[in-house]
Design a protein around this ligand. Structure first.
Ligand SMILES: [Zn+2]
Length: 331
């Protein structure tokens, strides 16, 4: 039996506000609001699928927003996300956050960034490197995205930006001015693409916008040319199988294209997206791939190597992490 707990892991696609453990969220709601939430919510049940994307988004309003309105809510949330990464032996994580969510509830940006910086440092001291990405929301205006980049691009804690949210009706090309500002500041760019839309969304992000790191990319499998493009450009694809299953972006978990894209030579990685609401963290995702899709230790190692090769690390740290992964699975 594979010892997934002991495996040194990397996760490139994790939303801060969708990552606290349910047990912690539940305690926080009880502490702040005397509300008793179920020990396991119905949407964590195996086989559960959301009616649509907005049904999933409503959970943020119902469970995360009230927590953020409490004086230490954000600090409690971030602290728990870091504890969750450490508990899973995740050695490198790219975490995307939406600072405007906190601003909406009246907190100052300085408070947010100070709490986040302290937690990133706490993780570093325990051998977990966290890189922070700021989310640009497709359904907000392009002007709002430009504003967010202008307000945050001088912060050293910001490694880059990730375009996210509802893909349908909000094409990435409109956000070009925001991407240009980010690039000028030396920041990395990622785009959630091919999650809700077809392969043309991925092709546009890679071919026209020059993006090398795609969130989801699930629909690439529908077009052999797009698969070839991802392989040739060595694009890193941040795949989130349980998220795609629960949000109906794939026909079923068994039909998820991670194995097919991997076979085609695409640099896939495994990620949990919003574990608070999908009920499966990175350890759980890897375990599911082993038990339900017959992934092997070598597969898990290759997918983690793909993540570490893209990771924002100095070369000696990268080599050290890859060597630790080799030691976990020596052949
Ligand atoms: Zn995502």
């Amino acid at each position: 039996m594979l010892n997934i707990d002991a495996m040194p892991k990397a996760e490139l696609h994790l939303h801060l506000e969708g990552a606290p453990r349910w047990s912690t969220l539940r305690s926080a709601h009880y502490k702040h609001y005397s509300v008793e939430l179920p020990e396991t919510p119905p949407w964590h049940a195996s086989g559960f699928r959301f009616a649509d994307f907005s049904a999933f988004q409503r959970l943020f309003k119902q469970y995360i927003h009230p927590w953020l309105q409490t004086p230490n809510g954000y600090a409690e949330l971030i602290h728990d996300v870091v504890d969750g990464l450490l508990a899973q032996n995740i050695r490198y994580a790219e975490v995307v956050c939406v600072p405007s969510l906190l601003a909406m509830h009246g907190a100052s940006p300085d408070y947010f960034w100070a709490v986040l910086a302290a937690e990133v440092e706490r993780a570093r001291l325990q051998n977990c490197i966290i890189r922070i990405f700021v989310g640009l929301i497709r359904t907000h205006s392009v002007e709002a995205a430009i504003q967010v980049v202008k307000q945050t691009r001088t912060r050293s804690l910001v490694a880059g930006y990730d375009l996210l949210g509802n893909e349908i009706g909000y094409p990435a090309d409109a956000f070009r001015p925001a991407f240009e500002l980010a690039r000028e500041a030396g920041k990395r760019l990622k785009i959630h693409a091919g999650e809700m839309m077809g392969p043309e969304s991925i092709e546009y992000a890679v071919e026209t916008l020059g993006i090398e790191q795609i969130g989801h990319g699930t629909s690439a499998i529908q077009n052999a040319d797009v698969v070839a493009l991802l392989r040739e450009r060595q694009v890193t694809v941040e795949m989130c199988p349980t998220s795609n299953e629960r949000l109906r972006n794939v026909g079923s978990y068994q039909a998820h294209p991670i194995l097919a894209l991997d076979d085609a030579g695409v640099h896939v990685t495994v990620n949990s997206d919003d574990p608070t609401f999908f009920g499966v963290n990175l350890n759980g995702e890897l375990t599911r791939l082993v038990t339900e899709r017959q992934a092997t230790a070598l597969d898990l190692k290759r997918w983690t190597q793909n993540a570490l090769r893209r990771a924002i690390l100095d070369e000696s740290t990268r080599h050290q992490l890859i060597a630790e992964l080799e030691a976990w699975c020596p052949n």
